[in-house]
Write a protein that binds this ligand. Structure first.
Ligand code: NZQ
Ligand code: ZN
Length: 389
């Protein structure tokens, strides 16, 4: 391993059935006023809302609700939440939901006490908070983003056709604690489960496909990918398979909590393409990644041939004997494609609502990253998007 890094992850995790009871340990550490942030209502249907409110009340908390946080949360919604949290003088933000709710809560944490426009400050100028931020806790209801243990907060600006992630530099912006009960994810629709699985897989790929050195992080990544392939197949057969769903939830956390990026440059171009598609279509995050992945990976494969061959052998079990790196690497991507089709992932952006006339605009919204095997030109971005239609 050749890269330098700093590793610090202060999020305390409570994992497993009944983990929600641990809120009773965490809540007394914070002041009286709690912003309870949630989405479009799934937590009211499955009973999680009632249990959380009960525990908050038992701990003497005053609750300011910020509800209706949509998938791919918008900047307008953030402005709305800032008003509510300011009025209630919140001491803690409790996010109850998926990545959208957790991300939103972190963006809120960095904005409540800050002057100026958070969009300009965090998403255009990529500044760090210069104000007192609020602590965030999470009760996770969907496995995928890793938001429960990282400092990322993705916000969409429809007017500017941009969907941008800010990964805050200060580990204080990571949730102070997260409650991960796999049973809470059992009410998710199949489409969201599968989108989450691909999101996890792609987070690992984004960190795996970079660098030439022998790096412990890559071995960790391979183990996580193998585990995910097995648990995703089990979940695909039976969505109520607790063992599989619990492995998926745990893999999601480790796929994006900074561990497997240690000592790596990391790529993230699939996410940049997917986020730009998301800015135009508002499609489900994991599906936007699935829809652009194969054209992207087939395009960059020649520039990182050895790693793609290793991926084929160590992750997919391809037999390399008597084959060239190119043959083996190609077989690995075919196996990846087969698995994606097995899970019923969306394999093109047309199905997500993108049209040929959007390609130039989506390309304009795609940030070009420097850390992968090939720094794309704009023409290559356009080509990959066309191949993804
Ligand atoms: O809003 P509700 O009614 O709760 O419904 C949600 C939403 O419609 C539903 N859902 C969640 N838990 C459920 C449930 N339905 C039934 N039962 C449950 N237990 O699922 C839908 C999707 O939820 P969402 O939170 O949007 O999904 P996800 O966790 O995939 O989060 C996506 C957001 O995270 C960002 C994405 O860009 C996107 O904005 N990301 C955040 C990252 C980070 N913090 O590091 C990295 C990722 O790459 C990603 O970009
Ligand atoms: Zn993602």
């Amino acid at each position: 391993m050749n890269g330098n890094f700093t590793y610090c992850n202060p999020t305390k995790l409570y994992f497993g059935r009944g983990a929600i009871e641990n809120l009773n340990i965490e809540l007394p550490k914070y002041g009286k006023s709690v912003a309870l942030v949630y989405g479009g209502g799934s937590i009211k249907k499955n009973g999680i809302y009632d249990r959380v409110v009960e525990i908050l009340k038992a701990n003497g908390k005053e609750i300011a609700e910020i509800s209706g946080v949509m998938p791919n949360p918008t900047i307008e919604k953030l402005y709305e939440g800032m008003e509510i949290a300011r009025r209630a003088k919140c001491d803690l933000i409790l996010a109850v939901g998926g990545g959208s709710v957790c991300d939103y809560s972190k963006a809120l944490s960095a904005s409540v006490n800050c002057e100026g426009d958070p969009w300009q400050k965090y998403y255009i100028d990529f500044e760090e908070p210069s104000c007192r931020t609020l602590p965030v806790g999470c009760v996770l209801t969907m496995a995928g983003t890793g938001s429960e243990m990282n400092a990322g907060a993705v916000i969409t600006n429809h007017a500017q056709k941009l969907k941008i992630g800010h990964v805050f530099a200060d580990e204080k912006m990571m949730p102070r604690f997260s409650v991960l009960d796999p049973e809470y994810t059992l009410t998710l629709p199949r489409y969201q489960v599968m989108a989450g699985i691909y999101d996890i897989f792609n987070h690992i790929c984004e960190q795996y496909f970079s660098g030439e050195d022998d790096n412990t992080s890559d071995y960790l990544s391979e183990g996580l990918m193998r585990s995910l392939i097995i648990s995703s197949r089990a979940a695909n057969k039976d969505l109520n398979d607790y063992e599989a769903r619990s492995n998926i939830m745990w893999t999601a956390t480790w796929a994006l909590n900074t561990l497997i990026a240690c000592g790596k440059t990391t790529d993230w171009e699939v996410h940049m393409l997917g986020q730009a598609v998301g800015a135009y279509t508002d499609a489900t995050h994991g599906m936007t990644l699935a829809a652009v992945s194969l054209p992207y990976y087939r395009h960059i494969m020649p520039y990182g041939l050895k790693k793609f061959a290793r991926f084929a052998v160590n992750v997919w079990g391809v037999d390399h004997a008597g084959k060239s790196d190119r043959q083996t690497a190609g077989e690995g991507l075919s196996r990846l494609e087969g698995w994606m089709r097995e899970l019923g992932l969306v394999m093109n952006i047309t199905e997500l609502g993108a049209t040929p006339d959007m390609v130039e605009g989506i390309a304009d919204s795609t940030l070009i990253m420097q850390g992968g095997y090939k720094v794309l030109t704009r023409a290559e971005v356009v080509q990959i998007l066309k191949e993804s239609l």
